[in-house]
Design a protein around this ligand. Structure first.
Ligand SMILES: *[C@@H]1O[C@H](CO)[C@@H](O)[C@H](O)[C@H]1NC(C)=O
Ligand SMILES: *[C@@H]1O[C@H](CO)[C@@H](O)[C@H](O)[C@H]1NC(C)=O
Ligand SMILES: *[C@@H]1O[C@H](CO)[C@@H](O)[C@H](O)[C@H]1NC(C)=O
Ligand SMILES: *[C@@H]1O[C@H](CO)[C@@H](O)[C@H](O)[C@H]1NC(C)=O
Ligand SMILES: *[C@@H]1O[C@H](CO)[C@@H](O)[C@H](O)[C@H]1NC(C)=O
Length: 644
């Protein structure tokens, strides 16, 4: 008889487990929409769709937690998904599918979240990855009573207490456990899980779970309780909702000074027939905690504040880049080496090691500048994802650009790989990115080092400018004059290179040179093989004056892809940008307007460009280092930060 009962209950257990194994757990616990609408629904929708596709890809790769962001156009979208670790991959993806369709019911809200038993999904217009506990947290109690109330309450109390204490100390920030207690009418079991977002730290996880616990303390003897918050999830039930093999031993994570004493007390009470006393204590605890219920909050999240970038530990980034291994090295820019890295959440990033020292002064500037840069959102500017300032080096974490930098596709082996449409898009996108830095961002940022190796290409060969805002971090003895920063005289406006005269027109000049390079597939700075050859800019100008400008066009371009008259106007725009008088050069927003209407432009007469002739270039470098006084002055006003 006894055996039969065990057998039946085992079968029942098995059946329940089977059920959970193929269940996406899409019972909706909470949904919230921001009160604020996006500015451009099409930009937002494109970004949202992009990030959702990225999240799905990461889940398909076996991740249980993923973040993604797209900042194209006016409405950046940051997303985060998390499945409970006990879900099968299929259930996780299926829960995500439900979530991503449900989250659209917030239509044009600039932030939204949906939380299910099995997973949660959230997007915001700003980075929120570090939030642990926020307004909107709440508890949700079950709708029936568990059997053997008092024992169940005790059991749940102990189970949740252990989960909340252990989970922040567990690497995966996830724990599932159950507690079984012998009762008068058979065993009573409570099942529970706790989980934190992978992007918060141990303290954040703990703070969030403490709030979560306060939110569901009052639930027993209800059969179920769930607490939701931005940074964590806590749930208990009287029936199993995760496969038994996910149960872990929490004991190693519960060690604190008082542990032995406390366990001995509970053990002694329970074992020694002190049940009545125990129950009194529990009742007291429950009553007490009922008075401390965190009031349910308004189910809406306000607009997130502008925030600094996410901070990473040196250890994390060291791990992500396999100890900054040579295989992971992507290249070396003016500010240091760049490595490819894969973060714990599966996201691929580019990690830049800043070669600027780590003095306190540098660090202070680093923080100011990095905070500024991290709030720059534009589709043609590389996103700064995070940074690390604790450790032997200052590190910056950027979104990874799968197609590398423009120079690789323009010169050398990749030469001829870009068609005219792609090149035109790169020219226009680059102009828009610079215009944004100069005129649209609240602080005017002059890049000062626009060149093809600083123009990165995303999946769709759209340009994203890198390294903006960093110049300010250079120590004064390492200004634009240093070969390390700007050994690229071919791109630097002469008035700046020679006299340190800095204005937004410095970038206009560099942009003009880059346009000629994109059109011709030739490098302005390459030392001509034949001394009779001239630098690109000078040669192009010569051809232009002879009304033969079209000769400069890259011969690998298919002539059927472009219109000759338009191409001539493009070359003229490049010359307008490189004129020797900075005041004659157009601003970048004017350039954008010219590029957009290139087909209807009337011919214009640019004045002679300023270029450094091959001979003077030789004298030019020593001349540079003697003007260090004016250059230091320039450094101080490098990123001209002006209120807007
Ligand atoms: C946001 O957009 C929705 C429709 O998409 C509209 O009903 C609502 O009034 C808008 N809210 C605000 C604050 O503009
Ligand atoms: C985004 O996806 C939704 C649903 O699949 C679709 O209706 C919408 O048109 C997409 N938006 C864009 C801009 O692709
Ligand atoms: C009780 O809650 C469960 C979800 O946990 C739900 O499926 C069920 O319909 C609810 N029952 C009642 C009577 O509300
Ligand atoms: C009841 O729980 C005890 C210990 O918690 C266990 O030893 C026992 O096998 C359980 N009995 C049943 C019927 O599951
Ligand atoms: C539990 O078992 C399932 C298959 O039955 C397996 O996929 C899963 O990895 C196991 N989980 C753990 C934590 O062992």
């Amino acid at each position: 008889m006894e055996q039969l009962r065990i057998c039946i209950s085992l079968t029942l257990m098995w059946w329940l487990l089977e059920m959970t194994v193929s269940d996406p757990q899409t019972y909706l616990l909470n949904q919230g929409c921001s009160r604020f609408n996006v500015t451009s629904f099409s930009d937002f929708s494109r970004n949202l769709n992009g990030t959702l596709a990225e999240l799905r890809g990461q889940l398909e790769n076996g991740m249980y937690f993923a973040v993604a962001q797209e900042a194209t156009g006016s409405d950046p979208v940051y997303t985060m998904v998390q499945c409970r670790n006990y879900m099968s991959r299929r259930d996780c993806i299926s829960c995500f599918t439900t979530a991503s369709s449900q989250i659209r019911s917030c239509s044009s809200a600039n932030g939204a979240r949906v939380i299910y038993d099995g997973c949660f999904l959230r997007y915001e217009s700003n980075m929120f990855y570090q939030q642990s506990t926020q307004e909107g947290h709440l508890g949700n109690c079950g709708n029936r009573s568990a059997s053997q109330h008092t024992i169940f309450e005790t059991t749940v109390g102990r189970l949740l207490g252990n989960l909340v204490r252990a989970t922040p100390r567990i690497d995966s920030f996830f724990a599932a456990n159950s507690e079984e207690v012998v009762g008068v009418n058979g065993n009573v079991t409570a099942y529970g899980v706790a989980q934190c977002m992978q992007t918060i730290d141990e303290a954040g996880c703990k703070a969030c779970l403490d709030v979560a616990l306060a939110n569901i303390r009052r639930c027993p003897p209800d059969s179920d309780g769930r607490a939701v918050d931005t940074g964590c999830f806590l749930r208990y039930s009287d029936s199993p909702f995760f496969p038994a093999n996910f149960t872990i031993d929490l004991r190693p994570f519960l060690t604190t000074r008082n542990r032995t004493k406390r366990n001995a007390l509970i053990g002694g009470l329970a074992g020694g027939g002190g049940l009545l006393l125990l129950l009194t204590l529990i009742l007291f605890w429950v009553r007490n905690s009922r008075n401390n219920i965190a009031a349910p909050q308004e189910d809406v999240e306000g607009p997130p504040e502008l925030q600094g970038p996410m901070t990473y530990t040196y250890k994390e980034l060291n791990f992500a880049t396999s100890n900054f291994s040579q295989q992971n090295k992507l290249g070396e820019g003016g500010f240091g080496e760049v490595y490819k890295g894969t973060l714990k959440n599966g996201r691929v990033v580019a990690v830049k090691k800043l070669a600027i020292g780590t003095s306190e002064k540098v660090k202070a500037e680093f923080h100011t500048e990095v905070k500024l840069i991290s709030n720059v959102h534009h589709r043609n500017l590389v996103r700064l994802v995070g940074c690390c300032s604790k450790g032997p080096e200052l590190l910056l974490v950027y979104e990874f650009m799968p197609n590398g930098s423009l120079d690789k596709h323009l010169f050398g082996e990749g030469h001829g790989s870009l068609n005219w449409k792609q090149r035109y898009d790169i020219i226009l996108g680059t102009a828009k990115g610079i215009a944004y830095l100069h005129e649209e961002f609240h602080a005017c940022i002059i890049h000062r080092d626009i060149k093809p190796s600083n123009i990165l290409l995303d999946r769709d060969f759209q340009p994203k400018i890198a390294d903006f805002g960093l110049v300010r971090l250079l120590p004064e003895d390492q200004t634009h004059l240093s070969t390390k920063f700007a050994g690229t005289f071919g791109y630097t406006a002469p008035e700046y290179a020679m006299h340190g005269q800095l204005s937004v027109k410095v970038d206009t000049y560099s942009f003009g040179v880059v346009v000629l390079e994109i059109i011709s597939g030739l490098k302005n700075t390459e030392t001509p093989l034949d001394p009779a050859d001239e630098f690109l800019l000078k040669r192009a100008w010569g051809l232009y004056q002879d009304n033969m400008a079209i000769e400069i066009v890259d011969r690998s371009l298919n002539p059927e892809e472009y219109n000759v008259e338009e191409m001539k106007r493009m070359i003229e725009i490049a010359f307008l940008c490189t004129q020797s008088s900075a005041s004659l050069r157009p601003t970048m927003s004017e350039v954008v307007a010219l590029l957009k209407t290139v087909s209807s432009l009337e011919p214009r007469q640019p004045t002679r460009p300023a270029f450094i002739e091959s001979e003077s270039r030789v004298n030019y470098i020593p001349h540079e280092s003697s003007t260090s006084t004016s250059s230091s002055n320039a450094t101080n006003s490098i990123t001209q930060v002006s209120g807007r």
